[in-house]
Design a protein around this ligand. Structure first.
Ligand code: SF4
Length: 315
């Protein structure tokens, strides 16, 4: 018998960050919009689900770069040739199509490509100069150009089949259990280096920021558990493609103990918002207050159903 599709409790770094930013947005994203993909769902739930799926221009650029690098790595893994100019052209051409799809709000009436569901800037008619959109495409081009002239292509092409662990394998595959909680941790690239050390890599298109180290520590734990490799041997790397900088994250006992402690606190806070932890049923919406931070609302996909659209526009 097929398993029923239920909203099971799980943890990820992005879920943690959503709750830190605004508990109302967390509630709308992880609970109230649940089931909104179904044609028979109530219209407000369907609307929340549609809004939840929107990206913004920065996440869009990031995912274009990630998808392009994933495809290039998978091609090298399969022994296929990769032509960098073609990869860049394909990414920019896809972005042009995406842009037209989003600007016309076609995501309200049609399905787009799987990895793109429209942009919040278009949904809320944000007045953005053309220059901002051009800059966004330039971010993608710069990141890909740097990658193809970096050490990574030669490294990937030189890996033996047994050295590849995974390439952006997706949420269905990349998860592990920590203290009984399902944790999603999807490294962009994981392999075993020539010295036998597992390496996890995360590509970044933005600037360095707090929280990224924590994210790759989660990947290190995941790789160590899934492939039964000693945690103390795992190396974790953050690669800032637009700045051309690589940052090694220390994976040691202290760092992992700190991660586990913060994870336990985060899970306890999330569970404290549940009326019934056994079924992952949330408390009433009133238990999830709105944020006081206008800057967070200005980026939020839920500003309309939350009643903050006019305030954001006025600001
Ligand atoms: S508009 Fe502001 S208060 Fe409302 S959900 Fe979004 S971030 Fe939270």
């Amino acid at each position: 018998m097929p398993r029923a599709f239920t909203n099971d409790f799980s943890w990820s770094k992005s879920r943690h960050e959503k709750l830190q930013e605004c508990s109302r947005a967390y509630y709308l994203y992880y609970y109230r919009s649940w089931g909104g993909w179904g044609a028979g769902a109530p219209s407000d739930v369907r609307e929340l689900y549609l809004l939840k799926k929107l990206g913004n221009r920065f996440t869009w650029a990031g995912s274009m770069v990630h998808d392009s690098l994933r495809d290039a790595l998978l091609d090298w893994r399969a022994g296929r040739e990769v032509v960098p100019e073609k990869v860049v052209d394909r990414a920019l051409s896809t972005m042009r199509d995406d842009f037209r799809f989003s600007r016309g709000k076609s995501y309200r009436t049609q399905k787009g490509r799987k990895a793109f569901s429209g942009l919040v800037e278009h949904e809320y008619n944000e007045p953005l100069p053309d220059e901002a959109w051009k800059q966004n495409a330039e971010t993608v081009r710069t990141a890909l150009d740097w990658f193809f002239q970096s050490r990574w292509p030669a490294l990937a092409r030189g890996l033996k089949p047994t050295q590849w662990l995974e390439v952006d394998a997706g949420a269905e595959f990349s998860s592990f259990s920590l203290d009984g909680v399902k944790v999603f941790a999807i490294p962009d690239f994981a392999y075993v280096d020539a010295d036998g050390a597992p390496v996890v890599v995360d590509w970044k298109t933005g600037k360095m920021r707090e929280g990224y180290d924590e994210q790759v520590l989660g990947y290190a734990l995941y790789v160590s558990m899934r492939y039964r490799l000693p945690l103390e041997k795992v190396r974790a790397s953050l690669v800032y493609l637009n700045d051309g900088v690589e940052h090694q994250v220390q994976v040691d006992e202290n760092a992992v103990a700190g991660f586990k402690e913060r994870f336990a606190q985060s899970v306890a806070r999330m569970r404290g918002l549940l009326a019934d932890p056994a079924t992952n049923t949330p408390k009433d919406e009133s238990a999830f207050p709105q944020s006081d931070n206008a800057a967070v609302c200005a980026r939020c996909v839920f500003r309309r159903p939350c009643g903050r659209e006019a305030a954001v526009r006025a600001a």
